[in-house]
Design a protein around this ligand. Structure first.
Ligand code: BES
Ligand code: ZN
Ligand code: ZN
Length: 499
């Protein structure tokens, strides 16, 4: 999608459709709380006011109405889009409202779309959210549909800020990089297990690294054996597909000003059948999204390569397929992890923590001073937080606060979860150092406690994205399928890092 910022008079903007936000008439400032909406209303014969006052357009979030050939404007159509209560309207809502307008127009194959924004103090934040919202809304995982595709992608999106500053161009450029990287993540996650094998994921990451000028190293099974990644190899044993570990490196130019070396680690289970502790077949097809953490880390690296933060960042994505083959690991097997700790595999379906244990240990070996991992780790986090918040676990208050602040600024909902020592009592094995599962209760926490054993004293945050990485139903502003959650937070964390 081409992205432009226009700062000229609204009546001069040439586009196929100009989206204009109108609010609930009962909220502060009424339906026309925005100056730019008032201007369009005045130019186009006050029909916006009439529709809102008459109740035909309520202004509730994501409601849309299209007017053709509005008088007084060069735009061919005006799309009125509801913003809800004006006093509750933030960049977070704008990202979605702009997205809703884009999806309405995309479904009608309308090529050039503008969105009218307010100049002034919040303009940069608005342009950022609008551009991100538009690019994310335009994404459709329909690459395997050979017929009946719904609409055509938008060709050009124009953020219209009458009287805005030239610096908004740069804001839009950065927003475009981030949102396109999030869509890159979604495109990886949308691939089915037969196509997105560990080797295929490695190939896609290598291709991306070459395009973006990142260093890329792929560890194969032999190398993992040499190193002693017994936990990762144990999970891979049941599959005909060999495992890989992707290592992508970004380094800032010149002398690194900061000693910080951020390690981003992502779970890359390209399909999770559960292994010998096999999952029920109902909904098992969704387990192709079990590599969403790994894909989020790769998407974040794609943006980081272009935005060039001041700290070193290394991404590690262990990728395996969890299958119940003749050579699969069994419940009760004991594996030796890269750290030297032994693990009793009581349940082969708790495989994410096994591959992450070795990846976290390896990240520390590569010199990472801070670790953040993203993983579709537990069904229990979906019970705890539903499909709204990412669960945030950490052994370090400062890093946890940094990640939560980055998430807030990026418009991604995340919520802190506890990691008290009491939970560790569930992680006792009769025959090895640690089992890979605890009891039924607090399953998301015991999974995180397991990872904490491998992060050890290195500041670490674990993001459990099992409830948020996949949309079961489409929204007004987003397609059904992969959400690309955590990409914007990880990018924000690296780009705005302060020691
Ligand atoms: N990949 C799953 C977690 C998951 C569940 C992701 C639902 C997305 C949606 C993970 O590997 C898993 O199977 N976890 C088990 C752990 C249990 C065996 C302790 C779970 O959550 O049931
Ligand atoms: Zn599993
Ligand atoms: Zn899994």
């Amino acid at each position: 999608m081409n992205i432009r910022v226009e700062t000229g008079a609204i009546e001069q903007i040439e586009c196929d459709a100009l989206a204009v936000v109108a609010f609930d008439k009962e909220s502060p400032g009424g339906s026309l709380a925005w100056e730019v909406t008032k201007t369009v209303n005045g130019l186009a014969g006050k029909w916006i006011e009439e529709l809102c006052q008459g109740g035909e357009f309520s202004g509730k979030l994501f409601e849309t109405t299209i007017l053709y050939r509005p008088a007084g404007l060069k735009a061919k159509r005006v799309v009125l889009v509801g913003g809800g209560k004006s006093d509750k309207f933030t960049a977070f809502e704008l990202r979605k409202v702009g997205g809703a307008a884009v999806r309405t127009l995309r479904s009608k194959s309308i090529p050039v779309v503008g969105l009218a924004l307010e100049a002034g103090a919040g303009a940069a934040e608005q342009v950022m959210a609008a551009v991100e919202g538009a690019i994310l809304a335009d994404y459709e995982p329909d690459q395997y549909k050979t017929e009946n595709k719904k609409g055509k992608p938008i060709e050009t999106f124009v953020a219209v800020v009458p009287g805005g500053e030239a610096a908004l161009e740069e804001v839009a450029r950065r927003a475009q990089i981030i949102a396109e990287s999030q869509n890159f993540t979604r495109s990886l996650v949308s691939e089915p297990g037969n196509r997105m094998t560990p080797s295929a994921l490695a190939e896609r990451s290598r291709q991306m690294a070459v395009e973006q000028g990142l260093e890329c190293e792929i560890l194969d099974q032999d190398r993992m054996k040499q190193l002693g990644m017994g936990a990762l190899l144990g999970v891979a044993a049941g599959s005909a597909e060999p495992p890989v570990m992707m290592v992508l490196r970004y380094r800032p130019e010149g002398e690194a000003a900061s000693g910080t070396h951020l390690g981003l680690v992502g779970k890359g289970v390209t399909f999770d059948t559960g292994g010998i502790s096999i999952k029920p077949s109902e909904n098992m097809e969704k387990m192709k999204y079990d590599m969403a953490g790994g894909a989020a880390v790769l998407g974040a690296m794609r943006a980081i390569a272009q935005l060039r933060p001041a700290i070193a960042v290394t991404a590690l994505v262990p990728a395996v397929e969890n299958m119940p083959g003749g050579r699969a690991q069994r419940p009760g097997d004991i594996v030796t992890t890269l750290s030297g700790k032994t693990v009793e595999v009581l349940n082969t379906d708790a495989e994410g923590r096994l591959i992450l244990a070795d990846a976290l240990t390896y990240a520390k070996r590569l010199g990472c001073t801070h670790l953040v991992n993203a993983a579709t780790l537990t069904g229990a986090i979906v019970i705890a937080l539903g499909h709204v918040n990412v669960g945030v676990f950490s052994n370090d208050d400062t890093l946890r606060e940094k990640v939560l602040a980055a998430a807030k600024a990026a418009g991604e909902k995340m919520w802190p979860m506890p990691l008290d020592d009491e939970y560790k009592e569930q992680l006792k094995s009769a025959f090895a150092d640690i089992p890979n599962v605890g009891s039924r209760w607090g399953g998301a926490i015991t999974a995180a406690m397991f990872l904490k054993e491998f992060a050890n004293s290195t500041p670490w945050v674990h993001l459990d994205i099992a409830g948020t990485a996949w949309l079961d139903d489409s929204k007004a502003f987003l397609a059904k399928g992969p959400s690309g959650v955590a990409v914007r937070t990880l990018v924000n964390l690296a780009v705005n890092w302060k020691d």
